[in-house]
Design a protein around this ligand. Structure first.
Ligand code: BGP
Length: 472
């Protein structure tokens, strides 16, 4: 329904923004940090920056936190690089790496900004990857050890923890994005075993967090893109339910209920890629309970029936985390004729965010927070050091209006953490694809001075946070 009067944002709403270690920090090999799978990638997409310097946040974090405080952030979502803490993934702890995040967290707390820490954001230690990566339970054990090191070091300062960023995108698109390897002769089966091992790592981590710091909150952080049927044709509705079950609910059902939903499990069995489930796994998965659900939302997907014998690629687009493709007999992604796209071909669907909030709330009844949502665009720095990103303000405004609609629908929403706090390096589309409230002056191949400039959206977000309501 269209609400006549919208409920206000809660007084303690977490006004935040997000980054990830590998995309913002740089200093990829400094102060004892070990290489991750990102650092050892050799085939970066043509013309895109590497991640060696990124936005140099590692050396400039005090300036960046001051800018966040100037906007009035009450929280900041960032990830800790596993290989700064344990350079080879499961060996010696690196004191300099531990210190960096103490300094960052202390800087945030000194400015009254609540840290929201993602424990793992795509950057698997290269040394573990060489020992079989997530397909091996060695990595599961190494992650749980790493998680306990984080809780022991930062558990008294950090109240909000996210386990794994976008596990579903790692599994479904990770090979294409270069963030996971599948080296056996049955890559799909190997990825589903890796997926199961990640669910176990997440479950054991949530149990450890509750044992060590019962007052802290921990949850998953998948990329949720609610799936629409392309038409009321029943076969399209089934296709949409297939893709919702496999892309979205598979991941949240495991995190919240500790179970594989029947449609997803039937799909895995049908394809012969169901994972080995060891004795005791399901008990661990069921025992772990998240305190909230974080999810990353950029847009919805729209799918049609995909009969066997027909090409399931509905649009020939270059698939990525927000551009679904298709699978014969399961679903065929198509363009939604009611939506416009960004300069990078991502559909824009603010109302879909409200639908996604509702769908997750209805299924799990846990507090929610969107930990990524934003517009990647080719921003332009003017001669006088301004960036007139009214298009980003429009994007954020429309998504926040729908967030307020969802709050008025009765959904419990903890905060909003758009992608990104400051410009950084895209997973696969370079630095030119900018998302930040703060412009970072560099190009793909020219670091320039990496100076920070406040965009128009910086001031818009600052006013929104100050008043706790959307400017008229
Ligand atoms: C999500 C990742 C983020 C970020 C975002 C934007 O999938 O969690 O790390 O990269 O996508 O995507 P991109 O950077 O490819 O534009």
């Amino acid at each position: 329904m269209h609400h006549q009067r919208l409920k206000p944002f809660p007084q303690d709403f977490l006004w935040s923004a997000s980054t990830s270690a590998y995309q913002v920090e740089g200093a990829w090999d400094e102060d004892g940090k070990g290489p991750s799978i990102i650092d050892t990638k050799t085939d970066l997409p043509e013309g895109t920056s590497d991640f060696t310097v990124a936005s140099d946040h590692y050396h400039r974090y005090k300036e960046d936190v001051a800018l966040m405080a100037e906007m009035g952030f009450t929280a900041y979502r960032f990830s800790i690089a596993w290989t700064r803490i344990v350079p080879d993934g499961d060996g010696e702890v690196n004191p300099a790496g531990v210190k960096f995040y103490h300094d960052l967290i202390d800087e945030l707390l000194a400015h009254g900004i609540e840290p929201i820490v993602t424990m793992f954001h795509f950057d698997t230690p290269a040394a573990l990857n060489e020992k079989g990566g997530w397909a091996s339970r060695t990595t599961t054990d190494a992650f749980v050890r790493y998680a306990n090191i984080l809780f022991d070091e930062y558990g008294s300062k950090v109240k909000y923890w996210l386990t794994i960023n976008e596990q579903n995108m790692m599994i479904m698109l990770g090979v294409k994005l270069g963030i996971i390897d599948a080296l056996t002769d049955n890559p799909a089966r190997e990825l589903m075993q890796a997926n199961h091992n990640m669910f176990l790592a997440q479950a054991r981590t949530m149990i450890a967090s509750h044992e060590k710091f019962p007052e802290n909150k921990i949850g998953p952080a998948p990329n949720i893109s609610y799936v629409y049927p392309a038409s009321p044709k029943p076969e399209d509705v089934i296709a949409a339910d297939n893709f919702n079950s496999i892309r979205n609910w598979l991941y949240l059902d495991l995190a919240v209920r500790g179970e594989y939903n029947s449609v997803a499990w039937a799909y895995l069995e049908e394809k012969g890629i169901a994972p080995e489930i060891a004795e005791g796994d399901l008990e661990v998965l069921r025992a772990a309970k998240p305190d909230f659900i974080a999810f990353n939302y950029y847009n919805t997907s729209t799918v049609a029936d995909a009969p066997f014998g027909e090409n399931p690629d509905g649009r020939g687009a270059d698939a990525d985390q927000q551009i679904a493709a298709g699978e014969e007999g399961v679903y065929k992604a198509v363009d939604n004729p009611h939506l416009v796209k960004t300069q990078f071909g991502w559909e824009i669907d603010p109302v879909g965010m409200r639908m996604t909030y509702r769908a997750i709330w209805d299924r799990y009844r846990l507090p929610l927070i969107v930990t990524e949502n934003g517009l990647g665009a080719f921003d332009e720095l003017t001669e006088d050091g301004r960036v007139h990103d009214d298009y980003r303000i429009e994007y954020l405004r429309r998504h926040l209006e729908q967030t307020q609609e969802a709050i008025t629908d009765g959904v419990e929403i903890l905060g909003y953490s758009p992608w990104t706090a400051i410009d950084l390096v895209s997973t696969h589309q370079g630095v030119a694809k900018r998302y930040g409230f703060v412009y970072v002056d560099r190009t793909e191949d020219d670091l320039r001075d990496l100076a920070r400039y406040r965009k128009d959206s910086f001031y818009w977000y600052q006013e929104l946070i100050r008043t706790n309501e959307l400017p008229a």
